[in-house]
Design a binder for this molecule. Sequence first.
Ligand code: IMP
Length: 194
Amino acid sequence: MTRLLFLTGNAGKLVEATQFFAPLGYQVEQFLIDGEVPTVIEPQADDLRYVALSKIEQAIAHLDACGQKAAVLVEDAGLFIDELNGFPGVYSASILEQLGLSGILKVMSDMNERGAEFRACAALWDGGQVIFGEGICRGTITKETRGEKGFGYDPIFSPEEEGTARTFGEMSSAEKGKYSHREKALKSLKNQLG
Ligand code: IMP
């Protein structure tokens, strides 16, 4: 098994990546130094790939500094709502913190057009080069929160293959994986790994 250190503080993302990479011979571990996720500075940019590149460069520097040998993974994602011109997008984490899901639903309460998409960009350093994988999942913002599974915006997002029947919050991580932006981004990485 190859060790793959995932630099994330998000337990939900860790579960999804662990399930994805295990059959490929990678043992995913959270990237920790002295029990803490190493600090990375997220650049203010409206491009997920730019953010992922900056994060992987910082992650590689942390790996060098602590003398560990492993592959490294970072990933950046956001929810882009059509009627809000792609907002919150790269600001998804801070907007969720400030408004909560109920605040987002309130902002959208008069909107009938509820199309949106999750986008993800993953970057993996295999010890020699950095490869990128991107994924998009189109869907609908529901009118109420549904389900307690997953994380983040999952309870208000229903992928288009489901109509509005089920949100990601109502799916197991394997079911979410059939549609998810992150799974698509990781699949793209997998194809490049050969
Ligand atoms: P980041 O990639 O960790 O910066 O994520 C930005 C924001 O989007 C955070 O609030 C995440 O919780 C949220 N987010 C990212 N991916 C997903 C997902 O798959 N489902 C729901 N929310 C997500």
